[in-house]
Design a binder for this molecule. Structure first.
Ligand code: BES
Ligand code: MN
Ligand code: ZN
Length: 503
């Protein structure tokens, strides 16, 4: 399922003309006067000649514009690639602009094993951004093809940077490689067909992933879930012949002052259940486990980087099917911890499995709990395809939004208006699983909030990320984002954990 192919990231000085590689990528910006070639290893005269011919070549420098040209003898590589950075202010693009331009080139230039990325990235941070863009952009998924693709993957990305000998660069490149591998693993899981990926096989894959890492795995099977009273997971999973699982991962470094709990929605396929979804694009609902894949990728990256943050990840895995034993609208579930929920719509299943996960996570009294889920269609109505919705306690929410911005992910903080809560009142149980459709993303978060535990009468600080749109790209690829599974949210969670480590 996960293709753990390694991508090597190395660095050389900006004068990278003689590096033995298949191609050299340089950047073009969209200036007022027209396309402008940015700092590159090309000899002065060649650079001037290329600058003069950019317009007639039809190059504009727009973001995602990637043009291949034959290289001259001044380069050892045979191909010169121009990648657009779009409009920039000043001489050097910012980190995310570089990440996207490098990523777009890595995504579009396929079939070349070793590529030099000679974008203007004079500092460790900017070189790391280029490296990360490369690691995110170089992705393809062919696990379900009968033949391996003819064009092989990128094997080595060489980052040309004035910081090539800086003592902090090796760690920064290593982080970029770890982030890239983690994000690609999320995409692989999301892209895996739902007949292959179901709760039990997902749990087995988790064991494989964790084996080489200092991470302990505990899998709760359906007998244990039933016995312990995980009514959300069991109730949602009832309609499927493939029973639910709760997977707990624990990373416990020696020097940790903070305990971070992560909870991920892992509906391996969401038909809607008896409240069946319409057929159009139902196959996209194989991506409804993206939250679980993301917390798996995040804790793996945290462990690989050796961050001094105790981390526990909970993967809430179930398949939402309309089988003969499926839950009915009107059923009442008793969730883990004892709260009862009346099911008004079996398609609002994510909040039910997440509720069990949040209660289980809270029982360990972590310092902060963050959940991530493809939770609501309303997320896309509110924020569109690319922008995640971040909710929760004000402090955690704002810290998550900051972490998103810092890592180059698009997210927006949303409120949890009190007036949404009464609509979740049930006439028979403690709570109903569906409320006001207006503000449906926030309604779902208000539901989850009910299941966040307390420590000494104080609510555990909590954050919630809705990635319904951003997790799966069903339109054209862009920047370092491929079609289908994207891995959205992982970099935000990792940046949040890194900040927690610094606390
Ligand atoms: N998995 C869906 C949310 C979703 C929709 C994710 C589209 C990605 C793309 C979730 O389980 C769901 O069906 N939510 C319902 C909730 C409603 C019934 C209260 C929704 O958003 O329609
Ligand atoms: Mn659903
Ligand atoms: Zn769902």
């Amino acid at each position: 399922m996960i293709n753990a192919s390694e991508l090597k990231l190395t660095a050389v000085s900006p004068d990278a003309r003689r590096v033995a590689a298949g191609a050299v990528v340089v950047a073009v910006a969209q200036a007022k006067q027209g396309p402008r070639l940015l700092d590159s290893p090309l000899p002065k005269a060649e650079s001037a000649a290329l600058q003069d011919s950019l317009s007639s070549l039809g190059v504009t420098g727009a973001a995602d514009e990637v043009v291949r040209l034959p290289a001259t003898d001044s380069l050892k590589a045979g191909v010169l690639v121009l990648t657009g950075v779009g409009k920039i202010s000043g001489e050097t693009p910012d980190a995310e602009t570089l990440r996207r331009a490098a990523g777009s080139a890595a995504r579009q230039v396929t079939g070349i094993a070793k590529i030099v990325f000679a974008l203007p990235a004079p500092t460790v941070d900017l070189a790391a951004a280029v490296a990360e863009g490369v690691a995110l952009g170089a992705y393809s998924f062919s696990n379900h093809r009968s033949k391996a693709p003819e064009k092989g993957p990128l094997v080595e990305g060489v980052i040309a940077t004035a910081a090539s000998t800086h003592q902090a660069l090796p760690a920064a490149l290593r982080r970029a490689a770890v982030v890239g591998r983690a994000v690609r693993s999320v995409r692989d899981l999301v892209n895996t067909a739902p007949n292959d990926l179901f709760p039990e096989s997902f749990a087995n894959e988790v064991r494989t992933v964790a084996k080489p890492l200092p991470v302990k795995v505990t899998v709760y099977d359906e007998k244990r879930l039933e016995k312990d009273g995980y009514g959300g997971l069991m109730g949602v999973g009832k309609g499927s012949s493939r029973p639910p699982r709760l997977v707990k991962l624990e990373y416990t470094p020696a020097k940790a002052s903070q305990h971070l709990a992560l909870v991920g929605k892992g509906i391996t396929f969401d038909t809607g259940g008896i409240s069946l979804k319409p057929p159009a694009n139902m196959h996209h609902m194989k991506s409804d486990m993206a939250g679980a894949a993301t917390v798996l990728g995040t804790i793996s990256a945290i462990a690989e980087l050796g961050l001094p943050v105790r981390t526990t990840a909970w993967l809430c895995l179930a398949e939402n099917m309309p089988g003969g034993n499926a839950a009915r609208p009107g059923d009442v579930f008793t969730m883990f911890g004892g709260k009862t929920v009346e099911i008004l719509n079996t398609d609002a299943e994510g909040r039910l499995v997440m509720a069990d996960g949040l209660v289980a996570a809270s029982a360990e009294k972590p310092d902060v709990v963050i959940d991530i889920a493809t939770l609501t269609g309303a997320q896309m109505v509110a924020l569109g395809r690319r922008t995640s919705g971040i909710m929760g306690d004000d402090g955690v929410r704002d810290a998550l939004v900051e972490a998103a911005t810092l890592s180059g992910e698009t997210a927006w903080g949303m409120p949890l208006p009190e007036e949404l809560r009464p609509a979740l009142d049930s006439t028979v149980a403690d709570l109903a699983n569906a409320g006001d459709r207006n503000g449906g993303m926030m309604t779902a978060a208000v539901f989850l909030q009910e299941f966040v535990g307390e420590v000494d009468g104080q609510k555990i600080p909590w954050g919630h990320i809705d990635i319904a749109g951003p997790a799966f790209n069903d339109v054209a690829p862009y920047a370092y984002v491929p079609k289908n599974g994207t891995g959205a949210g992982l970099r935000t969670l990792l940046a949040f954990a890194e900040r927690l480590a610094a606390k």
